[in-house]
Design a protein around this ligand. Structure first.
Ligand code: PLP
Length: 458
């Protein structure tokens, strides 16, 4: 679009942004050189910018939106809560929205996870799991103080704070911080398209799990917990594990007496086609971190859920100092909790999980069309989490050079077609709100196909 046709309001905002703002995961020199979109409002599954242009929200505003924007039920719940109180502390006081939410979460989570610790984002939810897992071993009745290390997976992503980066496995994001981090025991994850054992599923029999077991066996006396994203590694590139893989890791952890932390920050709240990904694998973790979809994409809120067994190890006489000395100022913010309750009520009323099943099937069939493009190497799907891996050469699976910014070019092209998506390196991510219609889904796929074709040339 011709810049000169922009209203002065858009021009002003863009200029002020470039003067005063620093954006996350963004090369700001590029940002300042490019035209930017200023979002003014949302409506259902659409975002609308200050020029009145409409875009499908193809990544659910970075994986958080669930039932569309400006959902009347959530809007009303927030207004109702606002008429009572916006915030009151959770240190030494409590309030109804958080109490009701904790009860509700216990009812929809894998059985056994009845205790909820609140925080405000995915990284903090992971920090809480790491710290409590460690502290549990320090102070349980039969303490094992040597257990203070964590097993994590390559290509894993658990957030951007120092603890969660320590258990991260994405070199591009994490390498530079290495000197600041604690040393995790990293095991290879099942990235079947680029299998490090050069095998194929299912004939491989998931033999890569032998390396996971070897690490657990070797470190059994010093490992506090293993942390993984169940079913699919999100930020690592939508790397979908073979069915049964997550359950097997959980089983191995139990075998070696290592706690299992499921990071459901991305997968939770319907994303993969069940309320939580762990439920598809029929497992209960010792800890479950959840955040992104919890408020329907409205407000920052996160939870770390655990079992009474873990919880009880923190109960004791005051003087024993078994308290979990951790908390965030806005912990269990009442507005966020009210939004979360309204979000969960919509799941029930609209049978969201049921309604999305035929759409998941439709996607499974229709995503195949992308393989007609000669630079599409792999298309991965777990429910409404989709990754399209672009490669320079399909036979050798050679990736595009980093500086070619192939993923960024594709999403910029899609944007001109009215679709907002985000790449993860060379992986194009599609993650629509769960309320996406059949027609909108078709539109997303068409626009994505055309954008990849335009940019890659074939
Ligand atoms: C996004 C994400 C996080 C971090 O959540 P923030 O709210 O961005 O801190 C942690 N784990 C997973 C799996 C995520 O996708």
């Amino acid at each position: 679009m011709d810049k000169k046709t922009y209203t002065s309001r858009t021009q002003d905002l863009e200029r002020l942004d470039k003067e005063y703002v620093w954006h996350p995961f963004t090369q700001m020199a590029d940002w300042q050189a490019e035209d930017q979109v200023v979002i003014a409002s949302g409506e259902g599954n659409y975002l609308i910018d200050t020029e009145g242009r409409r875009y499908i929200d193809g990544v659910s505003s970075l994986w958080v939106n669930v039932h569309g924007h400006r959902r009347r039920e959530i809007d009303l719940a927030l207004m109702e809560q606002l008429s009572r109180i916006a915030h009151s502390t959770f240190l030494g006081l409590t309030h109804e929205p958080a109490i009701r939410l904790a009860e509700k979460l216990a009812g929809i989570s894998p059985p056994g996870l009845s205790k909820t610790f609140f925080s405000d984002n995915g990284s903090t939810a992971v920090e809480v799991a790491l710290k409590t897992a460690y502290q549990y071993w320090q102070q349980r009745d039969d303490p094992q103080p040597a257990r203070k290390r964590f097993i994590s997976f390559t290509n894993g992503y658990h957030g951007d704070t120092i603890g969660s980066v320590s258990v991260g496995g994405i070199d591009l994001f994490h390498q530079v911080y290495k000197p600041l981090l604690f040393d995790a025991i990293q095991v290879p994850s099942a990235y079947c398209y680029r299998c490090y054992l050069k095998k194929e599923f299912p004939s491989c029999g998931m033999s890569c799990l032998a390396d996971v077991e070897e690490a657990m066996s070797r470190c059994r006396g010093e490992a506090a917990a293993v942390i993984m994203e169940p079913l699919v590694q999100g930020a690592g590139g939508m790397i979908v594990f073979p069915p049964g893989y997550t359950a097997k890791v959980r089983e191995l952890a139990a075998k070696y007496g290592i706690l299992f932390i499921a990071d459901e920050v991305a997968t939770g709240f319907g994303r993969t086609g069940s309320m939580f990904a762990c439920q598809q694998e029929g497992i209960t973790p010792d800890f479950m971190a959840a955040a992104k979809g919890i408020t329907g994409g409205y407000l920052p809120l996160a939870v770390t859920m655990t079992t009474p067994e873990i919880f009880n190890a923190f109960c004791g006489e005051y003087k024993e100092k078994k308290t979990f000395f951790h908390g965030h100022t806005y912990t269990a913010n009442p507005l966020a909790c009210a939004a979360a309750l309204a979000n969960l009520a919509i799941f029930e009323r609209e049978k969201t999980i049921e309604t999305m099943q035929p759409k998941i099937e439709w996607l499974k069939e229709n995503l195949q069309a992308l393989y007609r493009l000669s630079h599409v190497g792999d298309v991965r799907q777990a429910g409404f989490m989709i990754g399209i891996e672009l490669i320079k050469d399909c036979d050798s699976k050679e990736p595009y050079p980093y500086e070619e910014k192939i993923g960024i070019k594709v999403i910029q092209t899609a944007r001109k077609k009215g679709l907002i998506i985000r790449p993860l390196g060379d992986v194009i991510v599609l993650m629509p709100p769960l309320t996406i219609t059949d027609k909108q889904l078709r539109e997303i796929l068409e626009k994505t196909y055309d954008s990849i074709k335009e940019v890659t040339g074939a």
